[in-house]
Ligand binder design. Structure first.
Ligand code: GLU
Length: 480
């Protein structure tokens, strides 16, 4: 069997969004699964739409996700160069082959004449295929006029799409389309076919907007005498409610924004793989290697795939939870004054945060008490103290203080709980106020916050010495 060769061929016209990167992912997974080759080619023949900085951005996005290419733009390969604007001679030589075989001719008209033909066809409600305007005798092509394809008359086109099955179109699907523009650049329709042939691409994966042009491509392959590659059409990505195509307003954003928001690339890869493909099992979480193993083309869905950001959050949380404490800290890019405390807080962060930016926000919000000594308010300390038991908060804190002193460094939150709860229960037995009247001031003394993790977790993170000093401060305030 021939080696599988797939490619990702973005145009440098803006940032990489989820749809583009998913196409790259599926092409890459398929190549890896079959020990094939994956190519990164840049299609920059539409100079007007080109956006500065787009190429490095594409490279950075793929690299972040862990999609590596075997040949391509920045690393060369047997079919270099991989930038279409540097391959103009090649397109010209294919153009001459087509002219020589009678499959292409220079368009003798001016742009405004062509526009008039188009308008007339529109008024007469017939497809504008250009055929009626083919000149009787072709001029020699000197490169200053557009070069057009002489489309064969085929009544019906049919082909197999590996994801969608048999597709077809009528003869109006193929016009005498432009191969090379008057500026010397090839059109996408021509250049990508020349490149896919030269680069020996076996499977072309792309969005459904290309289905309607596939008959053109088939005609061109035929004229060139080359067997076409297999076509695989990606499902469209829909807005979260599944009602329309995902737009910027529904969260279609630059893939690197997810990196900046603290998503893990392994989570993004897992999420994107399942956005339009399923393994046929209930498995939800896939590592890169598992995806390569499981991926196949027949399970790419036809219907649109809803972009569910909640799902992405839960996949990301899953992969964050798989990280060791050290990796969690390195990859989370935290800036805190005390790493040993941060290490102890990692389980808490894994439990609560879905992204690293959420984790960082927690450390400067609800978990800020971990790194800064709280300023306590006397009123808050005794807010749960029943009036008839005045002074109970202070004595309760004093009784817990002795217990905390006796704890060993590195004690777990569960052990702290086992030791402190009996004291709280005993307080409850004494009457009004109960457990809350001790657990509340204890937690508040430790955190200085109305909302914070429970006191047992805080004590285990702080260790006995710091916990004692925080509780002592609270007692001093109550004495004052
Ligand atoms: N340059 C095309 C685009 O960015 C690629 C389509 C294809 O993969 O053939 O839409």
């Amino acid at each position: 069997m021939n080696t599988v060769v797939t490619r990702f061929a973005p145009s440098p016209t803006g940032f990489m969004h989820v749809g583009g990167i998913r196409t790259a992912l599926y092409s890459w997974l398929y190549a890896r699964k079959h020990s094939g080759r994956f190519i990164l080619r840049i299609e920059d023949t539409d100079k007007e739409r080109e956006v500065a900085g787009a190429i490095p951005h594409i490279i950075e996005s793929l690299t972040w996700l862990g999609i590596e290419w075997d040949e391509g733009i920045d690393r060369g390969g047997p079919h270099a160069p991989y930038l279409q604007s540097e391959r103009l001679d090649l397109y010209r030589s294919y153009a001459h082959k087509l002219i020589a075989a009678g499959h292409a001719y220079p368009d003798p008209y001016t742009e405004s004449e062509v526009e008039m033909f188009r308008q007339k066809a529109e008024e007469e409600k017939r497809p504008f295929l250009f055929r009626d305007h083919r000149p009787e005798i072709s001029e020699t092509w000197d490169g200053t006029k557009p070069l057009r394809f002489r489309a064969p008359r085929i009544i019906r086109y049919e082909w197999d799409d590996l994801a969608r099955g048999r597709l077809g179109a009528g003869e109006e699907a193929v016009d005498d389309f432009i191969l090379i523009k008057s500026d010397g650049y090839p059109t996408y329709n021509f250049a990508h076919i020349v490149d896919d042939i030269e680069m020996k691409v076996t499977h072309v994966m792309r969005g459904e907007e290309f289905i309607s042009s596939t008959p053109k491509y088939l005609s061109l392959y035929e004229a060139l005498g080359v067997t076409p590659p297999a076509f695989v059409t990606m499902p469209v990505i829909l807005s979260p409610d599944g009602k329309k195509k995902l737009s910027k307003r529904d969260g279609a954003k630059d893939i690197l924004e997810y990196r900046n928001e603290g998503y893990l690339p392994e989570a993004m890869m897992n999420f994107l793989a399942l956005l339009g493909w399923n393994p046929g099992t209930e498995q939800e979480f896939f590592s890169k290697d598992e995806l390569i193993q499981a991926f196949d083309l027949s399970r790419i869905q036809i219907s649109g795939a809803g972009f569910d950001e909640t799902k992405l959050l839960s996949v990301n949380q899953h992969w964050m939870r798989q990280l060791s404490v050290e990796d969690f800290i390195t990859r989370g890019d935290f800036s805190v004054p005390d790493i040993s405390k941060l290490k102890k807080a990692v389980p808490l962060l894994k439990e609560r945060a879905h992204t690293f930016s959420e984790a960082r926000e927690m450390l400067s919000g609800e978990l800020s008490c971990l790194f800064s000594t709280p300023t306590l308010d006397q009123g808050q300390l005794i807010i749960k103290e029943p009036s008839e038991r005045s002074g109970m908060t202070k004595s309760a804190l004093e009784s817990v203080l002795e217990t905390i002193k006796s704890l060993s460094e590195g004690v777990s939150a569960e052990s702290v709980k086992e030791i402190i709860m009996p004291i709280a229960n005993a307080e409850e037995a004494k009457g009004k106020g109960g457990r809350g009247a001790i657990l509340w001031p204890l937690r508040y003394a430790l955190s200085g916050q109305e909302r914070s993790p429970d006191p047992f977790t805080l004590i285990s993170i702080f260790g006995p010495a710091e916990s004692v000093s925080r509780v002592q401060k609270a007692i001093a305030i109550l004495e004052g």
